[in-house]
Design a binder for this molecule. Structure first.
Ligand SMILES: C=C(OP(=O)(O)O)C(=O)O
Length: 344
């Protein structure tokens, strides 16, 4: 089953309570009315930690940021408002674990590793923008915590360099196909890259980090064999914040997980099998050899006497030679199935 990560990112709007509320919601199992079963929603939630001293150029940090989504007068103030402290990350981690969820953390700079003194996330995520940040990759890999690597801005060369760096320390690495376009238009998603990654990186788990609107693309990614799905989640798509509108709210999260889990069940086996469950329909609806006219006892059956009718519990046409040439032991009216006990 695919491992589903709910990316909270900055949709907590700087509030531990909002992060906890989201975790509370995605840790509640959903009851699938159609199939009468309970489904676990997310396997993990994810937060992102930035070190603002290692984030942006001074001019970018000091630029006026005056939009309806801004939480500060400058972009730097806005970012600072959205940043949770190490202790707050720890609190959210503990809450997620208490709710039975894994906790994944994107660490955006070497300075962020201080957080690991407080707790150990289940996995570390490398955001697409840091695929080429080899010093950061080395520092993350040195912790020996499993790594999930996103590739939304890179190609083969960048990915190979990143893997070379990380695998100097360990090889518990998963690779996520991703397109860093927000939101990603469907024509740019290139889901077939998942197949490319599966073929070219067979020793790594391949997944997909989604930025499209809606739920079709992550579900299709699972159909293509993605083993990890990351999707942005929010309490309400109308909330203040640049990422809220492109994220899935509760209803969408539930639908995605329900459809994705049902799809996994539906993928089933590769060979052609006649399932037990089909047998009822098969007996009722398939065709059997039947009389196409009134046939008298003693008649030797010929191909001209036969056609095919339902139900399907008699002879198949492929077995017609078991019937043709046999002598009827009783009258068979027109349009009746001819069974074994009707002839010798
Ligand atoms: C931006 C992130 O990831 P991705 O590149 O997969 O969107 C992240 O993990 O913070």
């Amino acid at each position: 089953m695919a491992y589903i990560i709910g990316e909270i990112g900055q949709n907590h709007n700087g509030s531990v309570d909002i992060a906890k509320l989201l975790i509370e919601v995605v840790s509640r199992p959903i009851h699938d009315k159609l199939f009468g079963k309970e489904l676990k929603v997310m396997d993990a939630v994810k937060l992102t930690k930035r070190d603002l001293s290692q984030e942006l150029s001074a001019s970018q940090m000091n630029r006026i940021y005056d939009t309806k989504h801004s939480f500060g007068k400058t972009y730097g103030e806005h970012r600072a408002f959205l940043e949770l402290s190490d202790e707050e990350h720890h609190e959210v981690y503990q809450y997620a674990k208490s709710k039975g969820l894994d906790f994944v953390e994107t660490l955006c700079a070497v300075g962020c590793l201080s957080m690991l003194k407080l707790f150990t996330p289940d996995k570390l995520k490398v955001a697409s923008r840091d695929l080429t940040n080899l010093p950061l990759l080395a520092a993350l890999a040195e912790t020996k915590i499993p790594i999930i690597l996103s590739t939304g801005m890179g190609g083969r060369e960048e990915l190979d360099n990143a893997l070379d760096e990380i695998t100097r320390y360990h090889s518990d690495v998963s690779i996520l196909h991703c397109v860093s376009e927000y939101p990603t238009r469907h024509e740019n998603v290139n889901l077939r890259t998942i197949t490319y990654l599966q073929k070219n990186y067979p020793h790594f788990k391949i997944g997909y980090s989604d930025h499209t609107i809606g739920i079709a693309t992550p579900i299709a990614a699972v159909a293509m064999g993605a083993k990890i799905i990351e999707k942005h989640i929010t309490l309400d798509r109308q909330m203040k914040g640049t990422d809220q509108q492109g994220s899935l709210a509760i209803d969408g999260i539930y639908r995605m997980v329900r459809d994705l889990r049902n799809l996994e069940l539906a993928l089933g086996k590769e060979k052609m099998v006649i399932e037990e469950s089909v047998k009822v329909a098969r007996e009722k609806l398939e065709r059997s050899i039947a009389s196409n006219k009134n046939l008298k006892a003693g008649k030797v059956i010929t191909v001209e006497d036969l056609h095919m009718l339902s139900p399907g519990d008699g002879f198949k046409w492929a077995d017609k030679n078991l019937v043709i040439g046999k002598k009827l032991t009783k009258d068979i009216p027109k349009d009746e199935i001819i069974y074994k006990e009707h002839f010798i």
